[in-house]
Design a protein around this ligand. Structure first.
Ligand SMILES: Nc1ncnc2c1ncn2[C@@H]1O[C@H](COP(=O)(O)OP(=O)(O)OP(=O)(O)O)[C@@H](O)[C@H]1O
Length: 718
C-alpha cells in the first residue's frame, strides 16, 4: 500500500506481500536473469503473522528457490537517495503500519525510477516520489511541528522545500528509513549468463569496434599523406586533413582503453566472486587433501588468470583485428600474393613458437608450485622441526629442488627471448625477401610502382607490430590457460548445487511438531572411501525436542563422524535420517544446517580473524543489532568468559584470531560453544567441547548449555 497523496503510478506499481514471488520472477526476467523453473510457493502463515521478523528469510528463501541471489540493503535517512540510485533490480519494501508491500525497482536513470507493476507495465516515476514514500512514516510525527516552525520563521514558500529537507535530515540522520532486496545471479550460475547479465558482451564488441576504427583511421591518415607525397602535392589542406584524421583517433583510443579497463574490472570481479564461492563449496575433505601450500598455489594462480587473461590477453586478441587489416593493406600493394602467403606462414610460426614457450612454462609452473607447497609446509611445521629434527637435516632436498627450478627457468626464458626478439624482426626479413623476386624480375609498370611499393612497405611494418602484439597476447592467454588448471576446480565447485526445499516447506518444518521426533536416524551407514570399511554401521537414534544426550565411545569409534552426519555435514551411504519428519533432500541442505548446528572438535574448528562479536554471531545478520550483542555478551558471561571480556580492551569488539588476541585452548572451546548456542538451532551437537575445561568451568558451561539449548548432544570420551 502506498500512503495516500502519492501518484497513481506508484499505486499501480505496488505488489502485495503475497505477490513477492511473482514480483521477483518478473524482475529477474526483465533483467535477463535465467531463473530455475519453479512453481511460486504460497505465502506461509508464519510470515503473514510475523512480518517484521520473517520477511527477510522469506525473500531469501524465494530467491534461492528461483536460483537467484538476494542481498538485503537498508539505508538511513541521509543516504536513501543512494539506495534508490544503486539498488536495481530490487524489491523495495514499503511499510504502512502493520502491512508490507513491495515496489519492483527495475532501473534508475537520470532522476527517475522505473517500476515494474503487477500488470507487467514499466512506469517511470520521479525518484523523489519514491523517496517521499520511503520516508513518509518517519517524517509524519514531525511534520506538523516543522511546518509550524517554518510558519513562525516566515520563510517564503519557494525556500520551504529546502529548509524542510535540511531539518528532516538533521532530525532523522540516524533513523533507518528504507530497505530492499537486491537481486542478482548467484556466483554459481553459468558464467556466460553472468557475463551477459553484466553487459560484458556489449563492452567487448565496443572494445573491438573502437580498436578497429582507431587502427583504420591511423592507416588512412598516413596513406593520405603518403599518396600526397608521392604525387608531389603536400599542401596546407592536406596537412589539415591529416591532422583531423589523426585527432579523430583520440576519442576512439580513450573509448578503447575505458572499455578494456571496464571489461577487466567487471569480469575480474565476477571471477573473484565465483572462486570465493567455489572455495566454500569444496567439501572439507577436498580442502584438507590440498594442504596449505596447495591452497596458496591456487590463490596465486587465480591472480595470474585474472591479470594475464583480462589484462594483456585482451590487448593481444585485438591483434587479430590488426593482422586482418594488415592483410588487406598488403593485398593492395606490390607482390600481394607472396606477401599474404608469407604473413599467413609467419603467423603460424608465431603460434608454434608461443606453444613451445608455454610447454616450458607449464613445466616451470609445476616446479614452482611444488616449491611453494614445500615452503608453506616448512613454515607451518617450523616449530616441530626446531624441536624434533636434527639441524643437519633441516635443509635436506632443498639444493636439488632449487637446481631443477633454475634449469626450467632458463629454458623458459630462452623461449621468451626468442618470441620477443625473433618474431617481429624475423618477419621483417622474411617479408622483404618476399619482395626480392618482384624487384629483380617484375615489370616496372605494373606491381612495382612507387605507390604500391609504399603500400607494401607500410603493410610490412604494420604487420611487424601486429605480430608483436599477437605473440604477447597469445603468451598471456596461454599463461592464463596454464594457471587455469589450478583454478578450474574452484571455478567448477561454485556450480555445485545442494538440495534446496520449497521455501514454504522450510517454514513449515521449522515449527516443533508435538509427538514427532525432532531428529531420527535409522540404520545409518557411512564410509569415508568407496571400498573402505564402514565407520558407521546400522546406527539408530531418536532425539526429541528437549532431549539432552551424551554420546560416549572409544577413540576412532566414529562418534565425530556420526555427529557430522546428524548435522548434515556428511551424507549417510544408506539408512534414513529425518528432521521433523523430513529428509535432507526435501528440507534442503541449508535449512538442515540451520536447524542442527555442530560445534566440531577442536582441531576442526577455527577462530576467524575478526572481532570476537563476529565470531560469536556468525549465524546472524551482520552488522549485529544491540539485542544480538547483548545476548552474545550474556552467553559469554554464563560460560565464564566474563573475565576475558573485561580484560580485552575492545571487549566484544576485540580483534581475535591468528593476527589478533590469542585465545587460550579453554577460551576458544567456550567461544565455539557460545557460537553454536547463538545460532538458535533446534539441536546442537557439541563434539568434545568440554574436554579442555577445568571441572568448575565445565560445570558452569554445562549449566549454560542446558539452560539455553533446545536439545543437545554432547560427544565425549568415557
Ligand atoms: N576424512 C577421513 N578419511 C578417512 N578416514 C577417516 C576420515 N575421518 C575420520 N576417519 C576415520 O574414521 C574413524 C572414525 O573417526 P571419528 O573421528 O569419527 O572417531 P571418534 O570416535 O570421534 O574418535 P576420537 O574420539 O578419537 O575423536 C577413524 O578410524 C578415523 O581414522
Amino acid at each position: 500500500m502506498i500512503p495516500q497523496g502519492h501518484s497513481s503510478d506508484l499505486e499501480r506499481s505496488t505488489w502485495s506481500l503475497e505477490q513477492a514471488g511473482e514480483a521477483m520472477l518478473a524482475l529477474a526476467k526483465r533483467a535477463g536473469f535465467a531463473t530455475r523453473a519453479a512453481a511460486i510457493p504460497p505465502l506461509p502463515e508464519a510470515v503473514r503473522v510475523e512480518q517484521e521478523t520473517r520477511i527477510g528469510l522469506w525473500i531469501e528463501s524465494l530467491a534461492n528457490w528461483f536460483g537467484l541471489e538476494s542481498e538485503w540493503i537498508d539505508s538511513g535517512y541521509a543516504s536513501v537517495d543512494d539506495l534508490i540510485r544503486g539498488l536495481a533490480p530490487a524489491l523495495v519494501r514499503i511499510t504502512q503500519g502493520e502491512r508490507t508491500s513491495f515496489l519492483a525497482l527495475a532501473a534508475y536513470r537520470s532522476g527517475r525510477v522505473f517500476l515494474l507493476g503487477p500488470d507487467l507495465e514499466v512506469r517511470a516515476v520521479p525518484a523523489r516520489e519514491l523517496r517521499a514514500v520511503l520516508c513518509a512514516e518517519r517524517e509524519a510525527p514531525h511534520a506538523a511541528n516543522i511546518e509550524a516552525m517554518l510558519d513562525l520563521a516566515g520563510l517564503p514558500s519557494r525556500r520551504r522545500g529546502r529548509a524542510r529537507h535540511a531539518i528532516f535530515g538533521r532530525l532523522l540522520s540516524r533513523v533507518k528509513v528504507g530497505d530492499g532486496w537486491l537481486l542478482r545471479l548467484p556466483p554459481g550460475a553459468p558464467f556466460l549468463a553472468q557475463l551477459r547479465a553484466a553487459g560484458l558482451g556489449r563492452k567487448a564488441a565496443t572494445l573491438a569496434l573502437a580498436h578497429t576504427a582507431q587502427y583504420v583511421l591511423n592507416i588512412a591518415s598516413w596513406a593520405m599523406l603518403g599518396r600526397g607525397a608521392l604525387q608531389g602535392r603536400i599542401d596546407a589542406g592536406l596537412l589539415i586533413a591529416w591532422a583531423l584524421l589523426f585527432v579523430t583517433q583520440i576519442p576512439f583510443r580513450i573509448l578503447e582503453s575505458r572499455m578494456q579497463a571496464l571489461f577487466a574490472i567487471d569480469a575480474g570481479g565476477l571471477l573473484k566472486r565465483r572462486l570465493l564461492h567455489g572455495a566454500l563449496r569444496l567439501a572439507p575433505d577436498e580442502i584438507r587433501a590440498e594442504g596449505a601450500g596447495g591452497l596458496l598455489g591456487r590463490v596465486i594462480e587465480s591472480e595470474a588468470v585474472e591479470s594475464l587473461a583480462l589484462g594483456t590477453g585482451i590487448g593481444g586478441l585485438v591483434a587479430i583485428i590488426e593482422l586482418a587489416v594488415c592483410a588487406f593493406v598488403l593485398s593492395k600493394g606490390a607482390a600481394a600474393a607472396t606477401e599474404l602467403v608469407l604473413l599467413a606462414l609467419w603467423s603460424i610460426v608465431s603460434v608454434f613458437t608461443v606453444r613451445t614457450y608455454l610447454k616450458r612454462t607449464d613445466a616451470w609452473t609445476v616446479t614452482r608450485l611444488a616449491m611453494t607447497n614445500d615452503l608453506v609446509e616448512r613454515i607451518v611445521g617450523h616449530r616441530t622441526r626446531l624441536a624434533q629434527l636434527a639441524p643437519e637435516k633441516w635443509h635436506q632436498g632443498e639444493s636439488e629442488a632449487v637446481a631443477e627450478y633454475i634449469a626450467r627457468s632458463e629454458r623458459m626464458d630462452a623461449s621468451a627471448a626468442r618470441i620477443a626478439a625473433l618474431l617481429p624482426r624475423g618477419w621483417l626479413v622474411v617479408a622483404m625477401m618476399g619482395l626480392l623476386p618482384t624487384l629483380l624480375f617484375g615489370s616496372a609498370s605494373s606491381s612495382l610502382s612507387a605507390g604500391s611499393m609504399a603500400i607494401t612497405l607500410g603493410g610490412i611494418l604494420l604487420a611487424s607490430g601486429a605480430l608483436g602484439h599477437l605473440a604477447g597476447g597469445l603468451t598471456s592467454l596461454g599463461g592464463a590457460l596454464l594457471a587455469w588448471k589450478q583454478v578450474k576446480p574452484l571455478f567448477h565447485a561454485a556450480g555445485r548445487t545442494e538440495p534446496s526445499a520449497p521455501p514454504d516447506l522450510a517454514f513449515f518444518a521449522s515449527s516443533e511438531m508435538p509427538g514427532s521426533a525432532l531428529l531420527e536416524a535409522r540404520d545409518v551407514t557411512f564410509r569415508y572411501r568407496d571400498r573402505g570399511e564402514p565407520v558407521l554401521r546400522g546406527c539408530t537414534l531418536r532425539i526429541d525436542a528437549r532431549d539432552r544426550i551424551l554420546l560416549e565411545g572409544g577413540s576412532g569409534g566414529g562418534k565425530s563422524t556420526f555427529g557430522a552426519v546428524l548435522a548434515g555435514l556428511r551424507s549417510p551411504e544408506t539408512g534414513l535420517l529425518l528432521l521433523n519428519g523430513l529428509d535432507r533432500s526435501t528440507l534442503g541442505a541449508e535449512a538442515w544446517r540451520k536447524r542442527v548446528v555442530a560445534a566440531p572438535q577442536f582441531h576442526e574448528n577455527h577462530v576467524l580473524s575478526g572481532m570476537l562479536a563476529f565470531n560469536l554471531l556468525m549465524g546472524r545478520a551482520w552488522p549485529p543489532s544491540q539485542a544480538d550483542l547483548d545476548e552474545a555478551e550474556a552467553v559469554c558471561r554464563e560460560l565464564d568468559l566474563g573475565g576475558l571480556l573485561d580484560r580485552m580492551p575492545g571487549g566484544l569488539m576485540q580483534m581475535v584470531g591468528e593476527t589478533g588476541w590469542q585465545l587460550s585452548h579453554g577460551e576458544k572451546s567456550r567461544v565455539y560453544i557460545a557460537r553454536a548456542l547463538l545460532q538458535n538451532a533446534d539441536l546442537i551437537v557439541l563434539d568434545e567441547s568440554f574436554g579442555a575445561l577445568d571441572p568448575e568451568t565445565m560445570r558452569k558451561a554445562m549449566q549454560c548449555v542446558d539452560r539455553r539449548a533446545r536439545a543437545f548432544l554432547v560427544i565425549a570420551h568415557p
